[in-house]
Design a protein around this ligand. Structure first.
Ligand SMILES: O=C[C@H](O)[C@H](O)[C@H](O)COP(=O)(O)O
Length: 227
């Protein structure tokens, strides 16, 4: 059911893509379904240029013959479809469970329409049951972990196959348990100011919309902007 919810959300999100656009391709098991669909649409004549948010997504896009463009060739991206580890109805997110948060946040930061796709298990009232991934330069890992304690964060260095996990940028990830987070925007700011933190998985005010699979249907969350 989870996979079907992911796929339903992904298929709906992809309908927002138009020919001629620059498209950000997210990372993870939910984004996977969107990328597969983009590959099919390319075969049917859709003309886009895509920017992958990870090496993993780049490989998948190349396998599917999705035309890529270097991010340094553009200053804005029309639309990005990406997953999340947690989201709230107010469109605050935790991302980075798959380690791709840095490139994902860079892509999101220049994207006009950021569509997040998720299965129903990702919806939360308050962020924080999922540990916040914090990408750090290896030299700063212990210093940052120590500073996080003063923000009530308990950090664990991410490992994979019994060795330290390395991101696409060759950095480490600290997975940080802050408990349920009352003020994500304030925490995000505090994390931004720790020397040695490259980026973190709190995505605040970056999503335009969340499409969430819910059983056989989907639910869409948008924030009403007041002028
Ligand atoms: O680093 C990975 C990304 O932020 C993913 O979008 C996130 O972890 C969700 O992944 P999944 O769709 O596999 O649950």
């Amino acid at each position: 059911m989870k996979d079907q919810e992911k796929k339903n959300a992904a298929l709906e999100a992809v309908t927002y893509i138009k020919s001629g656009q620059v498209v950000g391709l997210g990372t993870g098991s939910t984004a996977y379904f969107a990328i597969q669909r983009v590959g099919e649409l390319i075969k049917e004549g859709l003309t886009i240029k895509a920017i992958p948010t990870s090496e993993e997504t780049k490989r998948l896009a190349m396998e599917l013959s999705i035309p890529l463009i270097d991010i340094n060739e553009v200053t804005t991206i029309d639309i990005t479809i990406d997953g999340a580890d947690e989201f709230t109805a107010g469109l605050q997110l935790i991302k980075g469970g798959g380690g791709a948060l840095l490139r994902e946040k860079i892509v999101a930061s220049i994207t006009k329409q950021q569509i997040i796709i998720a299965d129903s298990s990702k919806k939360v009232e308050k962020l924080g049951a999922f540990k916040v991934p914090v990408e750090v330069i290896p030299f700063a890992a212990t210093a940052v972990a120590h500073k996080l304690k003063s923000l009530n964060g308990a950090a664990i260095l991410r490992t994979k196959n019994n060795t330290v996990y390395l991101t696409d940028q060759q950095n480490y990830i600290l997975d940080v348990d802050f408990g349920l987070i009352d003020e994500p925007a304030a925490l995000a700011k505090a994390l931004d100011h720790i020397t040695g933190v490259v980026e973190h998985g709190l995505f605040i005010d970056l999503a335009s919309m969340v499409i969430c699979g819910q059983g056989e249907k989907t639910e869409t969350y948008k924030v009403l902007k007041t002028l």
